[in-house]
Structures are given as C-alpha cells and as structure tokens.
Design a protein around this ligand. Structure first.
Ligand code: NAI
Ligand code: BAL
Ligand code: NA
Length: 525
C-alpha cells in the first residue's frame, strides 16, 4: 500500500511556482507521526501574484474567455475535472487517508462526492444562461425589470482539514460554475489532495489564473487573502474564532463573506425508537470522520425511559469499531488530524472529568496503538449544561449525554447553545419529528438520521455557526444585477419614483429576512 506523496509547488496562473520566500511546511502522517513530505508555504508575496493572475483571468478577452463565456463553456472544464478525479480516485483516496487520517473507505466516498459535486455544478452552469434576465413583475406597467446574475469576481476560498478535497470542491465548483476566478487556500494540516486538484486543472487545460491554489499557514497566506483589496468575496469553513478574524478583516473593505463555522449539534432520541438503529445513527453522527465534522451531533439528548438500555447498546456498538491505520482493511476510525488536535481533545475530556462528569466509555488512547494521534470513541455522562463539554466544540470522537422527560425539555436542551449548524431528531412519530425539526434552531435538521449531506441541498448554519449557504442553488458566487427599464422616456413624476423605490425596497427586505433550515429525513427508519 506504499504511496509516494508528490512534491508540488504553488499553483498560480496555470503554472507550478516556487513560493517567493521558498518556504515549505512538513506533511505529517497522523497515524505514524512521521514526516512524509512537504507542501509549499505561500506568503503575502504569493497571494499578490495569485490575485493578479485571477484578475487577469477575469479580464482576458474582455471577460469572454471565462466570466461572461456561456455557462456551457465552463461546464466543459468542470466535467473534465470530474472525469480526471474519478480516474485518479484510488490514488487520491490514499493520499487523503494518509494526510488527514480518515479511513480509506471514507476517503474514497469523499472522492466520489468531489466528482459528483463538479458534475452537479457543471449542470447548473449549463442551466444558468437560460435563467438570465428573469423578469420581475412591477406594479407600474410603464416600467419593466429583469435580473442578471453575474459572477462576483475574484473569490478567496479558505478551507479546513476534515474533508480536505471535498470542502475545497464545495467552494471551487460553484465559484467556477458562476464564472468567478478563485484562489483556494487549503489547511496547512492537510493540503496534499488540493495540490493534486491543481495537477488535474493543468491536465484539463483550465484557463490560466481561473483557479490558483496556495498552500500555506493561516496567518501567512489566509490572512493576506482575506484582507486583499482586490479579492471580492471570501468563503470560509473552519473555526468560529478564525471566522471572526476573517470577518473583521473583510469588514474593513466591506467585502462579503460566507462563514461555515463550528457547531455543538444535538441529537434528540425519543423513547419510541428502534434502539439498535437509533444507536447506530447516534454513533455515526459523532464518530464518523472521528467527530471532526462541523455538524457532528455531539450532544445526545435521550429520553430517560430508555437512557440506560440505549447507552448500554451504544457502548457495545462502539466496542466493535475497528480503530487502526486508515489504510488497514476494515478501519472505521483512524487518528485525529494532528498532535495539536489530539492534545486538545484529551484536554477537553480531562476538563469534563475535573468538572464532575463521568467517562462512560473510552476517554484515552487505544491500548493497542502506541503511535499516532488516536483517541478512543468516548461517551461522557453526568453532564451539566454549564460544563465546557456541553458548550464547546471538541472536534473529536466525544459524545456527551443528557436525559429528558418531555418534548419541551428536550428542545430546551437542544437549543441551549450559541451554535446553530446541525440537529437531529429520532422518533417513530413523524408528526413529532416534524414539530421538533421546526423548533430546533439549526441550519440543517436530520430526521431519523444524522450527517447525510447532498450537494443538491443548501448547507450552512445559523447563530455562531455562521451565515450564508453553500451547495444547492444557493451557491453564493453570483451577484444579482437588477435592471429597471421604462418603455418610453417621459418626465419623471415624484409619485412614480416614490412608488417604484418602495416596491424594490420590499423585494430586498424579503431576501434578507429569511434564514433557511434544511431538513433531511431517512425514510425507512
Ligand atoms: N467547522 C469546521 O468545519 C471546522 C472547525 N474547526 C474547529 O477549529 C479548531 C481548530 O482547527 P484549525 O485547523 O486551527 O482551524 P482554523 O479555523 O484555524 O483553520 C481553517 C482554515 O483557516 C485558515 N486560517 C487560520 N487562521 C487564519 C487567519 N487569521 N486568516 C485567514 N485564514 C486563516 C487555516 O490555515 C485553514 O485553512 C478545531 O478544533 C475545530 O474545533 C476546524 C476545522 C474545520
Ligand atoms: N459533511 C460535512 C462537512 C463539514 O464538516 O462541513
Ligand atoms: Na497531514
């Protein structure tokens, strides 16, 4: 299974380029703690070059080569990227597994999702031309109006390490479909597959500068990108604290941002469930990708009538999870991404203990693994709502548990958080599921499941989990230009101006007043 990590440079203007300051960052395999290669470390100097390249890509041939080309032209490149990704699936999955520690099978699903996401946005790019100039009905017949959707411009995409290539794709595919030029800054903890995306873009002949990929540290490469005056939008996924820094930098230039941040998502389990199935979804919701998912349902809120039996089954269930090197056959739980995350998770567990909680299962390094950043799947009970483990994101395989006796109490516990990304409800009573899903304060609500995610459906959070939506048709890289036209030029009367601006005002207000909550339901549970 040995696999060579390619040695790559930065990808700027369609070419491989050495970073101006020639710095590199070691790649650490989290399963062995060994250094297995390095990635280039971009700094502000390289950001400058990439932004210039992206602006040139937008302006080339007066925009006709990319930004205002027909959607079908861009779709052709997106489909070619999808095909190459699929061709290289097994190699990309291995690179992902070695770099970020996720089991090989899961990494392979991610690569399928990456190809699927490029395909989906190819379809949307093709459909875009037909949607242009959608007319708006106005209350005054002398005026007519339509809407043009235009690419926002040069966009900075800053992404995390939990789904390195997939999270990059969630931003790159819609940005390119819309006709933007992009600069991707992946996480320094797992950048290998994003540099392979650069290799794919070269192979398919993506026009130079349309996508630039700068690996590097957050403060050295991410920060200058976020504050760059010629970057028109930043789309970010990562921690709430970094999201807040990015928003602060962008605010100086009134630059739009979309932020997909942390979470402390609840899973509410009622007492009418099939205990085995509900336990399996509960385990999946928090241990998949080692709990390193922004939407991990890491707070179990379980009906007191079944709590003891449910926890007993859950503990038995997780004892069967195979924890090993991600490349080993049958691995279900690999190491967490880095030494820093490993220390952070163990510290969260020890703080929970010192605050009076009980570690029901796990809580340490698995005995059979002497090396690597491995943490056992962990269940914590006797939790109070003031404890850190209840309030703060762990981003590791740690579930904390509280019981409830009524639906109102369950909802109060579920919504007792500053975050609002995901939430799940499990019950056989579908009316109750519907009621509860409406009352849960989260951008994504799962019914009788947890974590399934589809690029066709909008994704994003409320409260301190951020704002803006990714995926689906809410792809966030198109600006809207409203055209208002009068058939014949006549003298402007005060009355007509006043009434048309009030109708426009209403339109805008409706647009910003909504927040979405997506519901995903498992039909057969
Ligand atoms: N919501 C999510 O999907 C994620 C949440 N997290 C949370 O964050 C914690 C720490 O993980 P980190 O890797 O440190 O996350 P992070 O939020 O610092 O990193 C995410 C991305 O932001 C970049 N970045 C960091 N500082 C920046 C700055 N000042 N300006 C611009 N870009 C910057 C990083 O290089 C990386 O590409 C985790 O324990 C977890 O709680 C981490 C990764 C993903
Ligand atoms: N599948 C969810 C990816 C995330 O952590 O954002
Ligand atoms: Na790594």
């Amino acid at each position: 299974m040995a696999i060579q990590i390619p040695t790559r440079l930065l990808f700027i203007d369609g070419e491989w380029r050495e970073p101006v300051l020639k710095k590199r960052i070691p790649i650490i395999n989290p399963a062995s703690e060994e250094i297995i290669g390095s990635v280039p470390a971009a700094t502000a100097e390289d950001v400058e070059l990439a932004v210039e390249a992206a602006r040139r890509a937008l302006a080339r041939n007066k925009g006709r080569d990319w930004a205002s080309a027909s959607g079908a032209v861009r779709a052709k490149y997106l489909r070619a990227i999808a095909a190459k990704i699929t061709e290289r699936k097994s190699e990309l999955a291995k690179l992902e597994a070695i770099d970020c520690g996720k089991p090989l099978d899961e990494a392979a699903w991610d690569v399928d999702d990456v190809a699927g996401c490029f395909e989906y946005y190819a379809d949307l790019a093709e459909g875009l031309d037909a949607q242009q100039k959608a007319s708006i009905s106005l209350p005054m017949e002398q005026f007519k109006s339509h809407v043009l959707k235009e690419p926002i411009g040069v966009v900075g995409l800053i992404t995390p390490w939990n789904y390195p290539l997939l999270m990059a794709t969630w931003k790159v595919a819609p940005a390119l479909a819309a006709g933007c030029a992009a600069i991707l800054k992946p996480s320094e903890l797992a950048s290998v597959t994003c540099l392979e995306l650069a290799a794919v873009c070269r192979e398919v002949g993506l026009p130079p500068g349309v996508l630039n990929i700068l690996t590097g540290l957050g403060h050295e490469a991410g920060a200058p990108l976020a504050s760059h005056p010629h970057v028109d939008k930043i789309a970010f996924t990562g921690s709430t604290i970094t999201g807040s820094k990015i928003m602060t930098a962008a605010a100086q230039l009134v630059k739009p941002v979309s932020l997909e941040l942390g979470g402390k998502s609840p899973i509410v389990v009622f007492d009418d469930v099939d205990i085995d199935k509900a336990a399996e979804w509960t385990a999946f919701g928090v241990f998949w990708t080692n709990g390193q998912i922004c939407s991990a349902t890491s707070r179990l809120i379980i009906h007191e009538n079944i709590a003891a039996e449910f926890l007993d089954r859950l503990v038995k269930w997780i004892k069967n999870i195979k924890i090993s090197d991600p490349l080993e056959e049958g691995c279900r739980l690999g190491p967490v991404v880095s030494g820093g995350q490993y220390e952070k998770i163990l510290k969260c567990i020890s703080t929970a203990k010192s605050e009076g909680a009980t570690v029901l299962s796990g809580g340490a390094r698995p005995e059979h693994l002497k090396k690597g950043f491995f943490v056992e799947p962990t269940i914590i009970t006797d939790v109070t709502t003031s404890m850190q483990i209840w309030r703060e994101e762990v981003f590791g395989p740690v579930l904390c548990v509280k019981t409830f006796s009524s639906e109102d109490e369950a909802l109060e516990l579920a919504n007792d958080t500053h975050y609002g990304l995901g939430a799940a409800v499990i019950s056989k009573d579908l009316e109750r599921c519907e009621r509860v899903s409406k009352a849960l304060q989260a951008g994504i609500v799962w019914i009788n499941c947890s974590q399934p995610c589809f690029c066709q459906a909008p994704w994003g959070g409320n409260k301190r989990s951020g704002f803006g939506r990714e995926l689906g048709k809410w792809y966030g890289f198109l600006g809207i230009v409203t055209s208002i036209q009068r058939d014949v030029i006549v003298a402007v009367s005060l009355l007509s101006v006043a009434s048309f601006s009030s109708s426009l005002g209403l339109l805008i207000e409706i647009d910003i007043a909504f927040t979405w909550s997506l519901v995903i339901q498992e039909i057969d549970l």
